[in-house]
Design a protein around this ligand. Sequence first.
Ligand code: ADP
Ligand code: S3P
Ligand code: MG
Length: 196
Amino acid sequence: MTSANAKPAPLTQPEPRTAAALSRPVFFIGFMGAGKTSVSRKLARKLGLGAIDMDTYLERREGRRVKDIFAEVGEDGFRDIETDVLRELAAKDPLLVSCGGGIVKMLRNRVILRESGFVVHLRVGVDEAASRISDKSTRPLFQNLDDARALAEERAPLYDDVADATVDTAGKTVNAIAYEVKRLLEKEGILCLPPK
Ligand SMILES: Nc1ncnc2c1ncn2[C@@H]1O[C@H](COP(=O)(O)OP(=O)(O)O)[C@@H](O)[C@H]1O
Ligand SMILES: O=C(O)C1=C[C@@H](OP(=O)(O)O)[C@@H](O)[C@H](O)C1
Ligand SMILES: [Mg+2]
């Protein structure tokens, strides 16, 4: 029986969710070789989510490779372009974004990351990173182990400072890391999955 002042049933029910969705952008940070690009891509494929790799996006936008940008305008010039791209991507509908390893260097980037997304730090040791990267010519700041170690040490507190979550990647496959990140994003309420 319906009472006189009961609300009428809505004409349309909300559509049940049919695809995975993110409540905020997810930014992958971590040292070169941590697997930011690979894990983000794997997760996007597994879940049918959109993913953008900052370096790939930036290279297309600029029409030149990262190493050529470094050679032509130096690291400072590269960092300016990188911040521009970060601002652009942070303003889009939520995506998986794999950042370059140096994104945390500039305070302005750390502010954007913290304010606009959920930040996942993929942690890797320098020796393991070096063993993963076969072609170091594409990474101007990973040319020898001593310099890479010093850089990693300098950046470690910056990654910790900005990360909402950290995943240790040592000895794990890209697939296993992607699964761990998926569970973590679900638990944090960042990833909403359709009912099975
Ligand atoms: N967990 C992993 N185990 C083994 N190799 C990996 C792993 N993650 C990435 N790689 C390899 O290391 C290289 C760098 O990975 P990439 O995803 O580009 O790292 P990043 O974007 O963090 O620099 C690639 O050749 C990739 O296939
Ligand atoms: O650590 C860095 O300063 C850099 C990391 C690179 O990206 P990956 O971390 O994806 O290799 C790329 O953005 C550029 O060579 C600078
Ligand atoms: Mg990358």
